[in-house]
Design a protein around this ligand. Sequence first.
Ligand code: PGA
Length: 250
Amino acid sequence: MRRTYIAGNWKMNKTATEGVELANELKAAVAGCNAKVLVAPPFTTIPAVKEVLAGSNILVGAQNMSDNESGAHTGEISPAMLKDLGVDVVILGHSERRAIYGENDAFINRKVKLALSYGFEVILCIGETLEERESGKAEAVCLTQLVGGLEGVAKEDMANIVIAYEPVWAIGTGKTATPEDADSIHAFIRKEVEKLFDKQAADDVIIQYGGSVKPDNVKDLMAKENIDGALVGGASLKSELFVPIVTFDK
Ligand code: PGA
């Protein structure tokens, strides 16, 4: 049985002061919810948020991580630095990292393997652009990103991998994939995980949907067999939007 997993990606929003305020609001409001819950603040906001959320049911993640362990990598954040802050989860391969910062599958794959070696749970983001969808390439693109991102990952490590399917055209646009369209890609991803590993890995892997998830569409998305959670951007920045998403089944 896969447990629903709702994650909030704050992107480049919330100073430490603002993050503390939001974390305090969330802490009380989602205590005792059924879902697994994560927030991923910007790096500099993580320590303050981590302190507020200590002892709560909300995990704290990072939005990115270096593909190197240490050394001359100006501006990068290492796995040990995140471990030291008590970070549990890293989001890797977000479409904004791919599109704006040129991250490719091989580069993301190095990060995935490094993160796993440090014991992080990895949320690996994949998803097609509008152009790719309209030319019938959605599955092919997702497959390339899935296979590329997971290359060399051992079956045992799949317990620490979450896949986030985020169609690029649905991110921050207010356009959501229909639950049917999303579920169909999720089912495809699950089948491919089975081909790469085995049935157990496919049955167990959590596949989140991301792209304009809001309080009014979360229920229909989560009702689908292969949609196990959500990776939420914009609506994770306000407790009045994120709390109803996390507690959609209450
Ligand atoms: P959005 O972002 O919810 O603002 O569309 C989702 C994401 O990029 O993770």
